[in-house]
Design a protein around this ligand. Sequence first.
Ligand code: PGA
Length: 268
Amino acid sequence: MAGWILKSVILKNTPMRTKIVAGNWKMNLNRDESLQLILDISTAIQQHDLKGNRVMVFPPFVTIGYVMDSGNRDHRIEVGAQNMHQEESGAYTGEVAAKMLSNMGVNSVILGHSERREYFNETDSLLKQKVDTARSNGLEVVFCFGEKLDERNAGNHFDVVERQLGEALFHLPGDAFETIVLAYEPVWAIGTGMTATPDQAQEMHAFIRKTLANRYSESLSNKVSILYGGSVKPDNATEIFGKPDVDGGLIGGASLKANDFVAIVKAL
Ligand code: PGA
């Protein structure tokens, strides 16, 4: 009896969420460079036991197919897209539809990246539409959000994050979160070399989990993977990933160098 109680207590308190290291290649690397990078990463992690952790890369649209089909790819490395259009199809010159991605075998898409919000005017309500379109086409969403420096300095960072989550995601039923990964990326830390401290990351991740628990349930909040993004490098990854509510990272600059990315994967 005591053993059963102990086991159920442990199970209840054990987060079932997966840890993830995801590389966002942004608008970098041509075909040959992409194939070289996936080969180098694959070779380096071939012998590495991922222990159920996920490794993902997000190349630009034009190279996704090459990276996916690369005979040298370690098939544990998942390949996703950095964006997609909110409409199903139609006269949207230059855009890419969710179903084109799913038809290629792409399973995941990044939505809400701060660069899309900033340079392409993506709003919370547009992102809500994109999230729905991704989901109706069977795509997992890696949903990015985070405050700007002036918002943090003004003490508004929790409100900003709560609004971004609420407006784009909280219309969804709880079971939708089985295919949503959250990526907290404070804008002031992206590409700046100015990482949030591990304590700042933990504080925000705990807040995000509490927000999910209030809107849905505690058990749901414990199952959602929440990644940190913003100047994660081999020398700070271990400490950031060591925080209890940080389930891995979304990596920009350091994902373009095989050695750095592999070191970050191994820091999980
Ligand atoms: P960074 O980018 O690692 O270069 O800061 C992170 C991101 O934009 O996802």
